[in-house]
Write a protein that binds this ligand. Structure first.
Ligand code: NAD
Ligand code: UGA
Length: 473
């Protein structure tokens, strides 16, 4: 069993630390946020992640899991230092690796023996090489740098960590790669060993590809609305092809969260920096922005003409099972509605305390029924199970109007229609509709692509180095 220090006790670091303790290792989590640290030192998890509290409590009690803010305490005892700090979006969409390098410098300063430094944070290709270079320059002891990207999802993070599809280990020192792989020996999962750079790039590619699948289906959903086809039928049919597979084909409000938005952009920036064009990535991103606009437009078209229009939002977190509001589509749509003068009432089973801090203009409600009361329209933004089981007849009777936008395509459209609801969705309309790009439906097969390409760029992409523009001579 190994001595492991995990630096950064957020969604990834804390789950990794608790699960490595579950695998029998002795783990110290190093966290510099004093509020987070003091909760953790009382074995309290400072965010919502199913199953994590039990692990933290059990392993803290068994003294296999400890928490500190002191590098001088944690690093000298560690054989492995996992970097799991945040890599937020920086200027022009690039990944901000400032927290990673700050952590690396602290590790190098406090190392008292050889060490394996493992990057679990999502970092641009080449970051491991830079860390290795820094370690060679500044380290007083041999430091091996290994990339071990994490693929867990929030809401199912503990399960995902303990039952991964694969463990990816990117290393230039064979012994260091083998040593990191050995930490996961208790898991029933294949280990994919590769170069550090391939591991780094594969992580971004996986997130971008998953986001692309969703954006693609969201684009198809507007075609479905235009031609009167149910997108769920289409998804079921194409998903049954084993070359495609059924996952991540759910059309709706689009993707949010702490990673897809920043990672799609950071990958485009990396590509541009190396002289590569990424029109597909740009389209994936723009389509997602468009999806939120479509939601706001549908709602405003339904209630904008009414006196004192009021809309209820069910679900605020970017997905069920978490209280994470980073890049939550619900908040983006709510902001647009508030801007247009609409009153917004909202409920979420766990994310309301976080939401109050960042969106104080929303009226927060104790339950879903209160949130829909006196509303002209309702948006289901996050498919929490409790919303699927709502008594919709009661909800409908509490509403002032009768419009429901099913932002996740999960409600029983037939039932709602029998209750007199005007059921709106992304691709599940019964009748032929506007394709959702703000243009009249057209028979011209070129109309849809043209409308999309006319959208302004959603984010700045730097000019690729060494790329020759088609228009210059
Ligand atoms: P987070 O913001 O929840 O947690 C990061 C933690 O690191 C914070 O608590 C912060 O205080 C701490 N920290 C920052 N600098 C530090 C330092 N120098 N020393 C000690 N602690 C420090 O972030 P997260 O969501 O856990 O993401 C971490 C990384 O993992 C990111 O690169 C992200 O892209 C990647 N990732 C995230 C997920 C996810 O589902 N959230 C999944 C896979 C990969
Ligand atoms: C995602 C990846 O799934 C993880 O593998 C990865 O480790 C992680 O990002 C990361 O790097 O942070 P996560 O963001 O937690 O995980 O959640 P997902 O389940 O992937 O959902 C992301 C977004 O896509 C959510 O807003 C969700 O509502 C949306 N989504 C997902 C759809 O709109 N349709 C789908 O079919 C699936």
């Amino acid at each position: 069993m190994a001595n492991v220090c995990v630096i950064g006790a957020g969604y990834v670091g804390l789950v990794s630390g608790a699960c490595l303790a579950e695998l029998g290792h002795s783990v110290t989590c190093l966290e510099i946020d004093s509020k987070r640290l003091s909760s953790l030192q009382s074995a309290e998890v400072p965010f919502h992640e199913p199953g994590l509290s039990e692990l933290v409590e059990r392993h803290s009690r068994a003294e296999r899991l400890r928490f500190t803010s002191e590098y001088s305490q944690a690093i000298p005892q560690a054989e492995y230092a996992f970097i799991a700090v945040n890599t937020p979006q920086g200027a022009e969409g690039r990944a901000d690796t400032g927290f990673v390098f700050a952590a690396v410098r602290s590790v190098l300063e406090h190392a008292t023996d050889m060490l394996v430094l493992v990057t679990k944070s999502t970092v641009p290709v080449g970051t491991g090489d830079e860390i290795a270079h820094l370690a060679e320059e500044q380290g007083r002891f041999p430091i091996a740098v290994v990339s071990n990207p994490e693929f867990l999802r929030e809401g199912t993070a503990v399960h995902d960590f303990l039952h991964p599809d694969r463990v990816v280990v990117g290393a230039s020192d064979t012994w260091a790669g083998a040593a990191v792989a050995e930490l996961y020996a208790g898991l029933d999962a294949p280990v994919v060993t590769t170069t550090r750079r391939a591991a780094e790039l594969a992580k971004y590619t996986a997130n971008a590809f998953l986001a692309a699948r969703i954006s693609f289906m969201n684009e198809i959903s507007s075609v479905c609305d235009a031609v009167g086809v149910d997108v769920e039928d289409v998804a079921r049919i194409v998903g049954s092809d084993p070359r495609i597979g059924p996952a991540f084909l759910r059309a709706g409000l689009g993707w949010g969260g702490s990673c897809f938005p920043k990672d799609v952009q950071a990958l485009a920036v990396t590509a541009a920096t190396h002289g590569c064009r990424t029109p597909i990535l740009e389209g994936v991103f723009r389509q997602n922005v468009r999806q939120r606009e479509r939601a706001a437009e549908m709602l405003l078209a339904s209630v904008g003409h009414l006196p004192d229009p009021t809309i209820g939002v069910l679900g605020l977190a970017f997905k069920p099972g978490t209280d994470d509001l980073r890049e939550a589509p619900a908040l983006a749509v709510a902001a647009r509605l508030l801007e247009a003068g609409v009153r917004v009432r909202a409920h979420d089973p766990v994310a309301v305390p976080n939401a109050r801090e960042i969106a104080p203009d929303i009226h927060y409600c104790a339950d879903a029924y209160e949130a829909v009361t006196d509303c002209d329209a309702v948006l289901l933004a996050t498919e929490w199970p409790e919303y699927l089981g709502l008594d919709w007849a009661r909800a409908r009777s509490l509403m002032r109007g009768a419009v429901i936008l099913d932002g996740r395509n999960v409600l029983d459209a037939r039932l709602l229609r029998t209750l007199g609801v005007t059921y709106l969705s992304f691709g599940r309309s019964e009748t032929v509709n506007d394709c959702g790009n703000g243009h009249e439906p057209s028979d011209d097969p070129e109309a849809q692509p043209l409308a999309t390409t006319q959208l302004p760029p959603a984010y700045p992409v730097p000019q690729p180095r060494g790329y020759r523009s088609e228009v210059s001579v």
